[in-house]
Design a protein around this ligand. Structure first.
Ligand SMILES: *Cc1c(COP(=O)(O)O)cnc(C)c1O
Length: 522
């Protein structure tokens, strides 16, 4: 090992101490195309018979290889199994990503979602053959309405952001129905990025409302901004700083007085379920991320489900389809022309999605709710808040909390503790990977500098949190020693790949493998 070299660095790349490039039992895995042995196959097929009369494809018969790699069955199995082992997920370790509610997903939910009566139904089946499935949708809707105290819920949105879209389209429809189309949506600085994006997608101009020193909406600034052109106020609560917006009742009243409606982003509902009755806050619409709060494996783009609870003012405009109970049984209202639509007093703004919504996620959510029970759900939000405050209490002296006082479901720190160390939030997060933890959310929310946002959720044990706390404390002290700038700049040291150019990977992804000989020819 060259003198002065970090022993961790010596293990990497050209300096790898192993002949193969493998590290321990972590195998350096090539692309499947690079493993190609032409002519090798996992199955033996007899050669295709010669067809009488020669080429029946008019000269279009393939002349070269198909281009699929030739491998044996064990090679294929090992390749994909190894790739699967490179994933880090909630089933492999602590995942403190703030704003994501990465909780354990009980296996019972999976078992129920896989029951053939649920997993084998088809959206084109006659409704009389899927009565149980429709009843399940209605039962889940009932739980959501009871928990929130809201009179209606749109079940079809496929994710949180999709639920926001449903809520905002309902708001637009309600305003248009009263002949009062308005053009502006107000959004606090601390809002989740999907809030202004949704308002803009629906065609509104977005105006930002500043936060006060306590990290909450500046209510006076909001009142000043309200006016006859304001259609709605969109607020995330608890907000992305992990703080409950204590002035919610006053905020909703001020909005209603000015003729505006209130959208509350409920993605952080895990902090308040069973504790806060949403209807009491004066909210008109709120989506619930079933895949976060009600336990469905998520990440990487799905699956999600974002039912949106609605006030009396918005209920008539809820999107199609919806389930109603009739004398003959459960019925799915799919069209405005269906007499049951008018019968239910509805004038839907339209439809969000093909079919009924994310049925598999519905099954998981209802299984979770029924197995937890009302008291269990309330206990879950209590424990989620307790865990976040435990992190806050144990880390406050070495990190810099952004706001004073207790937090809700997540603990927010900024990068003041790294001042003059030469270590950035990014470097710090990367060093956590070497310690065996997925980093927390970083650089979000934007209202504080170099944010580190940690959401432990209720499912982490005190033992797990203590190991995490020990690691974070040690890293913070190491960073503050002023002697470890290079160590942090080069982290992670122990992963198969290290600092990747994530921006270039996103902007200029290489999606096609090119055979070396083709490159040589070119
Ligand atoms: C996750 C999240 C969303 C978006 O939900 P998706 O299901 O990812 O579309 C919106 N707001 C907040 C506060 C969130 O945490």
């Amino acid at each position: 090992m060259p003198e002065g070299m970090n022993p961790m660095d010596a293990m990497q790349g050209a300096n790898s101490p192993t002949v193969t490039g493998n590290k321990g039992l972590q195998v350096e895995e090539p692309l499947i195309f690079e493993m190609d042995s032409p002519g090798k196959s996992a199955v033996d097929l007899p050669p295709a018979p010669e067809t009488a009369g020669g080429d029946r494809l008019g000269g279009l018969k393939r002349k070269g290889r198909v281009g699929l790699p030739g491998l044996s069955e064990p090679e294929v199995v090992r390749h994909y199994t190894r790739l699967s082992q490179k994933n880090y997920g909630i089933d492999t370790g602590f995942f403190p990503l703030g704003s994501c509610t990465m909780k354990h997903n009980p296996r019972l939910n999976e078992k129920l979602a896989r029951l053939s009566g649920f997993s084998d139904v088809h959206p084109f089946q006659p409704t009389k053959t899927v009565q149980g499935a429709l009843e399940l949708i209605d039962t889940l809707a009932d739980w959501l309405k009871r928990m929130t105290g809201m009179p209606a819920v749109a079940m079809s949105p496929a994710a949180g952001a999709h639920g926001e879209l449903a809520g905002m389209l309902a708001i637009r429809a309600a305003l248009e129905a009263r002949g009062d189309a308005r053009s502006i949506v107000l959004v606090p600085e601390s809002a989740h990025g999907t809030n202004p994006a949704t308002a803009a997608a629906v065609g509104y101009k977005v105006r930002s409302i500043p936060a006060n020193d306590a990290g909450r909406v500046d209510v006076d600034a909001l009142k000043d901004a309200l006016g006859p052109d304001v259609a709605a106020f969109m607020i995330t609560n608890p907000n992305t700083c992990g703080l409950f917006e204590r002035d919610m009742v006053e905020i909703s009243a001020a909005c209603h007085e000015a003729g505006a409606l209130v959208y509350m982003d409920g993605a952080n509902y895990n902090a308040i379920m069973g504790r806060v009755k949403i209807a009491d806050l004066g909210v008109d619409a709120m989506h619930i991320n079933l895949h976060k709060t009600f336990s469905t494996p998520h990440g990487g783009g799905g699956p999600g489900s974002g039912p949106t609870v609605l006030s009396d003012a918005l209920a008539p405009f809820a999107p199609l389809p919806f389930v109603v109970k009739q004398d003959s049984g459960w019925h799915l209202v799919e069209h405005e022309a269906d007499p049951a639509c008018k019968g239910a007093g509805k004038t839907p703004f339209g439809r969000m999605k093909g079919y009924h919504g994310q049925f598999g996620v519905f099954v998981r959510a209802l299984s979770y709710m029924m197995s937890m029970g009302g008291d269990g759900l309330r206990q879950a939000s209590d424990d989620a808040v307790l865990n976040a405050n435990y992190l806050m209490a144990k880390l406050s002296d070495v990190l810099t909390p952004s706001f004073e006082g207790p937090t809700m479901h997540e603990a927010l720190f900024d990068d003041r503790f790294l001042k003059d160390t030469g270590v950035s939030t990014l470097d710090f997060s990367k060093a956590l990977i070497d310690e065996g933890f997925h980093p927390m959310t970083m650089y979000f929310p934007l209202v504080v500098h170099g944010a580190l946002l940690m959401e432990p959720t209720e499912t982490e044990s005190r033992q797990t949190l203590d190991v995490f706390i020990t690691a974070v404390r040690a890293l913070a002290e190491k960073a503050r020693s002023g002697q470890a700038k290079e160590y942090f700049a080069a982290a992670p040291h122990l992963t198969p790949r290290r600092r990747l150019d994530e921006t270039r990977a996103a902007r200029k992804p290489v999606l096609r493998w090119t055979a070396p000989e083709a490159t040589a020819d070119a």
